[in-house]
Design a binder for this molecule. Structure first.
Ligand SMILES: C[S@@+](CC[C@H](N)C(=O)[O-])C[C@H]1O[C@@H](n2cnc3c(N)ncnc32)[C@H](O)[C@@H]1O
Length: 187
């Protein structure tokens, strides 16, 4: 239901509100930047951390979220798809971002390889993930699985950093947040 998607996303983003300015600083928006948000849902967080980018694209597998996003956020481009197979050419983007969505991917290593492929040379990867101490309880995971997909695999920051390096990125760095941690890297 669209109203349920809107409320759930708004509440989720509100819980992470202290992290959004950090995320925005790591993204460093500018009018020349083409940004892709993988698993961006209906775009509630996307429109906040990406404001000022020249072009913002959300890649999202959930059709109901795409319908809500297209209706409410015409300034963003919404594409149906999964991070494991990003429907864009090589070297197409300046920023590739995944905000608390990588833990839902069936194959996180493949998503990272795809993010690297679509980034231009020296393009920036920005990931936001939940440390184990912030992973929702059983009920929250059940709801999350129902809303966002059945796969759930949370990594601590050092493990994710290793995965990002294994995908071929350089300058890989961990940044603390309030509820999330962030990993940035360069192609
Ligand atoms: C917890 S929500 C986060 C949404 C948004 N990024 C935010 O910060 O509010 C996770 C999102 O990842 C999407 N997702 C699940 N599996 C995915 C995959 N394999 N590739 C891309 N997105 C995926 C879900 O449909 C969901 O919209």
């Amino acid at each position: 239901m669209p109203i349920f998607i809107r409320i759930a996303e708004r509440l989720s983003v509100r819980k992470r509100s202290e992290d959004l300015p950090i995320l925005r600083a790591l993204v460093a928006p500018s009018s020349t930047i083409r940004l892709l948000d993988i698993g961006g849902g209906a775009g509630t967080a996307t429109e906040r951390f990406s404001e000022g980018c020249g072009e913002v694209i959300v890649l999202e597998p959930n059709r109901k979220k795409l319908v809500v996003g297209r209706r409410r956020r015409p300034a963003l481009r919404f594409h149906e798809g999964r991070g494991e197979s990003i429907p864009f050419p090589d070297d197409y983007l300046d920023r590739a971002v995944a905000v608390v969505s990588l833990h839902h991917a069936d194959d996180q290593a493949q998503v990272l390889r795809e993010m690297r492929r679509v980034l231009r040379r020296s393009g920036r990867l920005v990931l936001a993930e939940l440390p184990h101490s912030r992973v929702p309880g059983l009920f929250g995971r059940w709801i999350g699985g129902h809303m966002h997909g059945p796969s759930l695999s949370f990594l601590e920051a050092p493990e994710l950093k290793e995965k990002v390096e294994a995908a071929g990125f350089v300058d890989v760095a961990i940044h603390p947040g309030a509820t999330c941690y962030f990993v940035t890297a360069t192609k």
